[in-house]
Design a protein around this ligand. Sequence first.
Ligand code: RET
Length: 256
Amino acid sequence: MPELSSIQFNVVYNMFSFTIATMFASFAFFVLSRQQVASQFRPALIVSALVVGIAGYHYWRIFGSWSDAYTLTGGAYVPTGKPFNDAYRYVDWLLTVPLLLVELVTVLKIEKIKAGSMLTRLVIAAIAMIALGYPGEVAADFTTQAVFFVLSCIPFVYILVVLTGELNKATASMSGDVKSLLSTTRTIVLVTWMFYPVAYLFNMFDVLGSGGEIGVQVGYTIADVTAKALYGFFIYRIAKAKSDELGYRPDGALAV
Ligand SMILES: *C/C=C(C)/C=C/C=C(C)/C=C/C1=C(C)CCCC1(C)C
C-alpha cells in the first residue's frame, strides 16, 4: 500500500463518512414513506431500505478499515501494516446488486412468470460479474487485472443489454409522469453502473495517483450513492406516481 498525502487520505475518509450518513438517512426515508404508496408497491420500498441499510453497514466497516490502514506520521499518511479490506465492497455488491434488480423488476409490471425467469438470469449474471471482478481488484499486476476485467465485462454487458431492452419496452407502454420518471431511472441505472468498470480502470491505469487507490475509492463511492440511494428515490417516485394513478390516498391525507 502506498503512502498518501493528507489531502488524498482525507478525500476518501470524508467521502466514506458522507456515504454512511446518506445511506442511513435514505434507510429512514424509505421505511417512513411506505404509507405514501399503495400496498402493492411497498415491497419495492422495503427492498430499497434493505439495500441502503446493507450498504450503510458495509461503509461503516470500510470507513473503519481505511482509518486503521493508515497513520499520520510527519505530515503524511503511511500504511500501518493493517491491510485495507476490499472484500467488504464485493460482499456488499453480492447482496445489494441482486436486490437492486429485484427492485426494478417489481416496478416494471412484467408478467409474473417472465419476470421470474428474467430475474434469475440477471441475478446469475450479476454474481458472475462480481465474482470475476474480485480477483482482478485485489491483484497487483496489470495482466491479471486486465484479464479479470474483460471476463467480468461479459456478464456486465449481458445485464445492460437485457435491462435496456426491458426498460425501453416498459417506458414505451407507460404514459405521463410514470413514463418520464422511468426514463430518468433508466438513465440513472445505465450511467451509474458504467461508473464501476470505469473506477476499476482508474485503479489499473493509476488515475489520481497512489497506485490508483484514491481514484477507485472515490469512483466506487460516488457510484454507490447514486446507484443505491438516488435510484431508490426514483423507484419511490415511480411507485408514488403509479399509486396516484390508481387513486390511492395515504392515510389521513385529504382527498382533493
Ligand atoms: C450497489 C452496487 C452496484 C450497483 C454495483 C455494481 C457493480 C458493477 C456494475 C461492477 C462491474 C465490474 C465490471 C463490469 C468490470 C470490472 C469489475 C467490476 C466488478 C467493478
